[in-house]
Ligand binder design. Structure first.
Ligand code: PLP
Length: 497
């Protein structure tokens, strides 16, 4: 071992190799190069901290032997469960740069001089896409005028949204603590929500006082919503609507939800979870589906889910930028300056410059590139939906608003629309068996979850265990779509025997 560290520039050749191998990994069609059980991987990797130092070369060899072969490649066109490709070229370049230069977004002046401004630019671009106003750049004098924060994920963004709702409902809870948890009821659509919203309420000390409202076609039943808001008057902190739920990506009727809630309760906090819905903002073909979102008090968006940027970048946008003052922190240790994001990012101190990945992706695509990207996705969604519809043994469960298509394999003897309990149980067994085989074999990836049959394709109200395709990855071709459906059908036939 050398006694004095070599200059970091000496790492250039090995970094070139790391980059080349990693890019080749992403370019591969394979979802997995090798599969092993969790126990086998545990036995391979849980070891004592070595006594002896090792060279950088040895570490890289170890990574390529023991870690890389088991990594999942979400950029594979056969990985169709999610769209987390992390393969936008500009964001890969920017992401590597940001890791190397190590800025800390907690503060501006000495931690992240240019990084903070680039982060504010991203927040403003996202606001603009969603339809929130931005103030002239020359008037942005502090983080209180940025209009949002970036976090490490939709979960973090939703958590800050619930803190805002809590403070808005009972001002001073931040200092006094929660005194009457019953005061913090949370209205959500039944059966289609994301767990993070409920967890966020719990994490912020509000308990889980969920008021689940019935849905119709995966959107709020507005009559039931009005009733729930009225019946719980004085006990509500927020109403949450999904602009793209995490199952079928259905976008709620946001304007109608807003108007329905506001008519009954003019002040309850309205939060839109647009982790997926941001995609609708990218193209005129879907932009209208977001009408009304600009009237919500806060909006979560997840660039790492929808812009092909590497993990982890999410943002919470707030209609009134100053509302972030409700949850701000103050410290004379580090953040005593106007542009210190640490003041407005609850639960986060040191913060990596992940927003640069979104900055680079948005900047390199431009509005035209984003529209083209999204229109291609919509075309792939439509093509997949047509293939499912043309197949007598497959049933599509919704009209796709965005990139998700949830569908199920119909075991022989299923009566779609009027399936009996026994048939529903059988259908779910077979679709779960299909998914288990998919996971075990690791050649293809589709997602699975439970879903209320809100359109009544199998039987209205039945809880189904469908498969889900997502069209985000531009590498997915019609051939991939045909092949995965052939494969699913074959597994379905085998599982139905
Ligand atoms: C994925 C998702 C989240 C959570 O986002 P993470 O980035 O995984 O933390 C929240 N809401 C919805 C609707 C989601 O789909």
């Amino acid at each position: 071992m050398p006694s004095t560290p070599s200059p970091l520039t000496a790492l250039t050749p090995i970094l070139q190799e790391v980059i080349a191998r990693s890019l080749a990994f992403k370019d591969s069609e394979d979802v997995f190069a090798r599969r092993a059980t969790p126990h086998a991987l545990r036995d391979l990797l849980l070891e004592d901290l070595p006594e002896q130092p090792a060279t950088v070369q040895a570490i890289w060899e170890d990574i390529s032997k023991r870690l890389l072969p088991y990594c999942v490649n979400m950029n594979s066109p056969r990985f169709m469960g999610f769209g987390d490709t992390g393969a936008d070229p500009a964001s890969l370049v920017a992401g590597i740069f940001a890791v190397l230069v190590q800025q800390n977004l907690i503060n501006q002046s000495f931690c992240s001089p240019s990084g903070t401004m680039a982060e504010i630019a991203v927040i403003r671009w996202l606001r603009d896409l969603i339809g929130y106003p931005t103030m002239p750049a020359c008037e942005v004098e502090s983080v209180w005028e940025a209009g949002g924060i970036t976090t490490y994920g939709g979960t973090g963004s939703n958590t800050t949204a619930m803190m805002l709702a809590r403070e808005h409902t009972v001002p001073g809870t931040l200092t006094d603590g929660v005194r009457d948890p019953e005061r913090f009821g949370l209205v959500v659509p039944r059966g289609v929500g994301h767990y993070s919203v409920k967890s966020a309420a719990a994490w912020t000390g509000c308990g889980t006082h969920l008021i689940e409202v019935d849905t119709d076609h995966f959107r709020y039943d507005l009559t039931a919503l009005a009733r729930a808001v009225k019946e719980n008057a004085g006990r509500l902190m927020a109403v949450v609507a999904y602009a793209g739920d995490s199952r079928t990506q259905t976008i709620d009727h946001l304007r109608a939800v807003h108007d329905t809630v506001r008519t009954v309760d003019p002040s309850v906090w309205l939060h839109a979870d647009a982790c997926w819905g941001l995609m609708a903002a990218l193209t005129p073909r879907r932009r209208h589906l977001l009408d009304g979102i600009e009237a919500f008090d806060s909006v979560t968006v997840d660039p790492h889910k929808v812009l092909n940027v590497p993990y982890a970048t999410s943002a919470l946008l707030v209609r009134d930028p100053a509302s972030l003052r409700m949850v701000s922190s103050y410290s004379d240790l580090i953040m005593q300056e106007d542009y210190a994001f640490g003041q407005v990012t609850p639960q986060l101190g040191t913060k990596e410059w992940t927003s640069l990945r979104a900055w680079a992706a948005l900047r390199s695509q431009g509005r035209q590139g984003l529209t083209r990207m999204m229109d291609d996705r919509l075309d792939r969604t439509a093509a997949f939906a047509m293939l499912v519809d043309a197949h007598p043994q497959l049933m599509r469960l919704h009209e796709p608003d965005l990139c998700a298509v949830a569908f199920c394999y119909l075991p022989p003897g299923t009566h779609p629309g009027t399936a009996t309990d026994t048939q529903v149980v059988r259908l779910n067994e077979v679709n779960r068996a299909i998914h288990r085989r998919l996971m075990d074999e690791g050649r293809w990836h589709l997602h699975q979850f439970t879903l209320p049959d809100d359109h009544g394709h199998i039987r209205r109200g039945a809880v189904l265990a469908p498969l889900r395709f997502m069209s985000i990855n531009p590498r997915i071709t019609t051939t991939h779509m045909r092949d995965v459906l052939d494969y699913v059908t074959r597994l379905g036939q085998e599982a139905s025997r």
